[in-house]
Design a protein around this ligand. Sequence first.
Ligand SMILES: O=C(CO)COP(=O)(O)O
Length: 125
Amino acid sequence: MSKRIALIAHDQKKDDLISFAQDNKAILEKYELVATGTTGKRLIEETNLDVIRMASGPLGGDQQIGAQVTSGHLNAVIFLRDPLTAQPHEPDVSALLRVCDVHDIPLATNKSTAQLILLSFQQLK
Ligand SMILES: O=C(CO)COP(=O)(O)O
């Protein structure tokens, strides 16, 4: 079964995630991709990748991704969060990071780690 990866970025990190996805398009298109609302919209428009969109993060999208982690439907979460800006939905952000640790799901919060996850998935396949 194809691996399923979540892609999420806070506003200040969305450009970074888009360029990461463009650079890794050949790898990412082998996986099922899920994203929060606005991140997913930009990914679809700017990279042409197939992405299943959840609600926007502040409207519960992080919780929807977290539920998929909990139910065993995600193999990795790439979440370029903004460490310099307070988020109105900080509890949701923390909860998502937490369930990844509870369920031992690979979690990247910066591009370098995200790259390592994709490279290791390529090696493992
Ligand atoms: O806020 C987010 C993650 O916490 C991301 O949500 P959007 O992709 O809808 O901007």
